[in-house]
Design a protein around this ligand. Structure first.
Ligand code: CA
Ligand code: CA
Length: 220
């Protein structure tokens, strides 16, 4: 049984057989918004573009690396002092599957739309915390998105072998007006990696605001 994470919960990355989780996927699955038509005809779907991203900080809480969509405009990022997007961390320990712009158009396909693969054994020694967060590029807030969940699992982006932990994040009134969500962080403690499910939602206009918030309020 996978662990169903709750806001604020901290977990070890220890598996049932006593070994430790070191290579896994962090994936986010979400749905486009369905609008039904008259008498069941002419329903339409409204694309939902969530972006799963992560930033890495060192022991002092300084930003040292990032993964976010290369589709973000370079001039927009530069206004906030942020470098261009990329899908690999510096040491290739983390990799993003690519920017999904729509969400599931025909109901929940149970597959993650954006996935970051993680190999903790390859993470640079300067990295102390890895924060995972979601931004909605569109105008709707998380309470309007039919479903969105994040999970950690072993396997590959196209084949889920075993789910280690999962966390549901959308379609709840508490997310009204919220367009960004800090899902959680991987962090080192006494030489071991652990995971903390943060689950805080914000009304941020874009990912640069969320990154600034993480660095200023969570990383130190
Ligand atoms: Ca996206
Ligand atoms: Ca999906």
């Amino acid at each position: 049984m996978a662990i169903i994470l709750e806001k604020g919960q901290r977990i070890n990355l220890e598996k049932k057989n006593g070994s430790r989780l070191s290579e896994f996927c962090v994936g986010c699955n979400w749905g486009a918004i369905r609008r039904s038509g008259f008498f069941g005809f002419g329903g339409s779907s409204h694309d939902v573009d969530l972006d799963l991203s992560c930033v890495m900080t060192d022991k002092q809480g300084n930003l040292v690396d990032h993964i976010y969509s290369p589709l973000y405009r370079v001039d927009f990022l530069a206004k906030y002092g942020m470098p261009p997007g990329k899908t690999d961390s510096k040491e290739f320990a983390l990799h993003h599957s690519g920017d999904d712009l729509k969400g599931d158009l025909n109901g929940n396909d149970e597959l993650d739309n954006e996935i970051i693969t993680v190999n903790l054994n390859k993470v640079s020694s300067e990295v102390d915390q890895i924060f995972f967060f979601l931004n909605n590029v569109g105008r709707e807030d998380f309470s309007q998105i039919p479903y969105a969940s994040i999970r950690m699992y072993e396997g590959t982006p196209s084949r889920v072998k075993e789910v280690f932990a999962s966390y549901d994040v959308a379609a709840e009134p508490q997310y009204a007006g919220k367009t960004a969500l800090l899902l959680g962080k991987l962090y080192r403690r006494n030489g071991e990696w652990k995971f903390s499910a943060i689950g805080d939602a914000f009304p941020d206009k874009n990912l640069c605001e969320t990154i600034a918030r993480i660095v200023n309020n969570y990383a130190k």
